[in-house]
Design a protein around this ligand. Structure first.
Ligand code: ADP
Length: 158
């Protein structure tokens, strides 16, 4: 079984994330989407809400499993028997940080990191930018699945 992990905060999942997850799901037998539990970072959606959204929008792929993790990603990989991490690269600015993380993770555990270049359609998109647009009433359709757009609007309306 060739298994790989796509980690992130997914607060909330965007079409940019989904593009990476979907393309990865065609290359591997199983994709584990791992939602980071970060108590220090304020999030808009709880970890369980983020997991529910991810489960709903990745159901069609058939080989995607959604889990949560805290602590080191490489420990999660070891527990789950996952030899590689897939990360989406949007721009050169992502690369500097991601390269160091990849080298550190390999040094700590031997877990490999593979980079997938983003679809140019989403290279400007991050969850934080998305939330900013939605917060000020901007139109986010086309940037997130419709289910996520609805939940985002509801949440920000308060
Ligand atoms: P963000 O809040 O920046 O969207 P996440 O921690 O949720 O970040 O992202 C998880 C992973 O998804 C990272 O590898 C990140 O590079 C990737 N990713 C995020 N947005 C995109 C995008 N628009 N296109 C490709 N990959 C993306």
């Amino acid at each position: 079984m060739r298994r790989v992990v796509c980690p992130g905060s997914f607060d909330p999942v965007t079409n940019g994330h989904l593009d990476i997850i979907g393309r990865t799901s065609r290359l591997y037998d199983e994709v584990v989407v791992a939602v980071l539990i970060n108590v220090e970072k304020r999030s808009l959606f709880t970890v369980d809400e983020r997991i529910e959204m991810l489960q709903a929008v990745t159901k069609e792929y058939g080989n995607v499993r959604v889990e949560k993790f805290h602590g080191l990603l490489v420990d999660f990989c070891r527990q789950q028997g996952i030899p590689a991490i897939v990360k989406g690269l949007r721009a050169v600015s992502d690369f500097d940080y991601e390269l160091q993380m990849a080298q550190l993770n390999y040094r700590m555990s031997g877990v490999e990191t593979l980079f997938m270049s983003t679809n140019p359609e989403y290279s400007f998109l991050s969850s934080s930018r998305l939330k900013e647009i939605a917060r000020y009433g901007g139109d986010v359709s086309g940037l997130v699945p419709d289910l996520v757009r609805q939940l985002l609007v509801e949440r920000l309306r308060g």
